[in-house]
Each structure stands twice: as C-alpha cells, then as structure tokens.
Design a protein around this ligand. Structure first.
Ligand code: HMH
Length: 226
C-alpha cells in the first residue's frame, strides 16, 4: 500500500456516514448530557454483557485464524481487555440487584444477535483481516467515545455515567484500542490486495451501522420498559 495513512483512518473516511451514525448517536449525546434515562442505560448494559460474551468468541476465532504467533499475542491482549471490561457490567448491574447469573440468563435481543453473529460470520467465511475489520469499530469506537465524553465527567464529578465513561477513557482501554489499530494496519500491509478494498469498506460500514443499531436498541427498549 503506497498510502501511509493508518488503515483504520482510511476505513473511517470511506464509511464516514456509518461511522458518524455510531459515534454521534443520540444515545451518546444523551449520555454526555447526563439526561439518558437509567432504564435505557440498564437495558443497553444487559444486552452489552451478552454482546461481550459473543465478542470474546470472535476474538478466540481471530486467534484460530491467525497466520502468525505474533498475531495471536496481540489478539490475546485484546481479548483480555474485553473480558476485563465485563467486570464493569457486573459491578454496575449488581447495584441494580442483578447477579452475573441473571445477566447470563437474559434473552439476547435481535440487535445483539445481528451484530455478534455478523462479526462471527465475517471471520468464519473470511480471513483474519476480514475479521479484524469487522471487530475494529468496537474497541476503536468506544475509545473515541470515551475520550469525547471524558470532559463531561471532569466538569461534573456527580455525572450519572461517570464510571462507564471513565472505563472507556481510561489509559488501559485507550492503549488497547491503539494496539488494535496498529495491528490492523500492519496486517493490512502484509495481506491486503488493492482489489479487496471495496469489500473491506463494506464490512467496516456494516459493523459501524450495527453498532448504531445497538444504541438504538437501548433507546427503544428503555422506552417500552420504564
Ligand atoms: C456494542 C459494543 N461495542 C463495543 C464495545 C467496546 O468493547 C462494547 N462494550 N459494546
């Protein structure tokens, strides 16, 4: 690839509409303002726990699809971030009287199924690059959102979503996202043929849209179950 722009930034630029629909979703704006109803957040977080279980499977699949041992090590670090992130969900849900067993027994919403099984399918039918592209909106998007919302927490120590925002703005999460972006870039340099670009953008755009749908699911569920 002659273009030295980071591969992830090229994907974002090529699928700007879908990316914006995800990172600028109304859910995020309401969260930043602190006006997001708790019922919405709770519905979202329950589904997100189920999402992360499937996401961990997709990371495991990425290890299976790894051509090199170095790929496996990098993906293992990403998997650890995902598994660590689930402690946040368990902690927050415990305060609402929901145990880990309750969370795991909850039914998966179709938006959760759609997104996770889409990612798993990308990995099953494609190679590691396809799978890492499908996985990339997750870590990178939440890292971007965490950074953008951090000032709202700094300005208001009683912000209702302080813990959630701080998790994604944390140095650990930011670094995991940076590592993933670098890995994606290096893998693309190794295996990406120019003819694959349109497919790469299509996968990235679809995953970003499914992230936006995931926020929307939270808003819709919260409205019907207050
Ligand atoms: C839906 C979704 N996307 C990304 C992340 C970040 O890991 C998450 N927790 N949930």
């Amino acid at each position: 690839m002659a273009d030295t722009t980071p591969f992830f930034d090229r994907l974002k630029a090529a699928a700007q509409t879908e990316w914006q629909s995800y990172v600028d979703h109304d859910f995020i704006r309401q969260m930043e303002a602190g006006t997001l109803p708790q019922a919405v957040f709770r519905q979202y977080l329950e589904q997100d726990y189920l999402f992360l279980i499937q996401y961990a499977r997709a990371y495991a699949l990425a290890i299976y699809k790894s051509p090199q041992l170095s790929d496996m090590h990098t993906i293992q670090a990403g998997l650890n971030t995902i598994l660590g992130e689930m402690h946040l969900h368990v902690r927050l849900c415990q305060r609402w009287g929901l145990s880990q067993a309750d969370l795991e027994a909850a039914p998966e919403h179709s938006a959760t199924i759609a997104y996770t099984r889409y990612v798993l399918d990308c990995g099953q039918r494609g190679d590691l690059l396809d799978l890492l592209i499908a996985l990339s909106p997750c870590l990178m998007g939440y890292a971007e959102i965490g950074l953008r919302l951090a000032p709202a927490v700094a300005a208001n120590p009683d912000h209702p979503y302080r813990e959630w925002i701080s998790e994604y703005a944390s140095a650990g999460f930011q670094e995991a996202a940076r590592h993933s972006a670098l890995h994606l870039h290096q893998l693309a340099e190794r295996v990406m043929a120019p003819a694959r670009w349109a497919d790469a953008v299509a996968i990235f755009a679809k995953a970003s849209r499914l992230e936006a749908d995931f926020w929307q699911m939270g808003l819709d569920l919260g409205q019907t179950r207050v």
